[in-house]
Design a protein around this ligand. Sequence first.
Ligand code: 5GP
Ligand code: ZN
Length: 114
Amino acid sequence: MSDCLFCKMVSGEIKPDVVYEDEHVLAFRDINPQGPVHVLIIPKEHISTLNELEEEHAELMGRMFLTAKKIAEMENMAENGYRTVINCNRHGGQEVYHIHLHVIGGRQMTWPPG
Ligand code: 5GP
Ligand code: ZN
């Protein structure tokens, strides 16, 4: 989608701080990190929200979580732990309407979230 911020990162029009990329996903550092490590993993295909997920995206979503595991290892936070989050629509606090998996760590998380 031409007016989507994260699609512009996939196309290279905007260059984020990329930590991992393959054929299917792109992972880059969040501009407003909520912890010492805060990486966003996005599919290269534009999917607006979790509500737009279809059966055909099942493998892609699995790849996003495998990427989270990889990033946790790369950032040395696998053993201590980390949090993965996907926000959906207004009540979920979604601001960018291209699905993304937050991977946050490097500090103690609290629960429940606000
Ligand atoms: P959401 O609230 O949609 O789940 O998360 C959107 C995330 O994208 C936020 O954590 C926000 O800081 C991040 N973000 C927004 N604009 C940019 C940007 O231009 N570059 C990067 N790297 N992150 C961004
Ligand atoms: Zn997009």
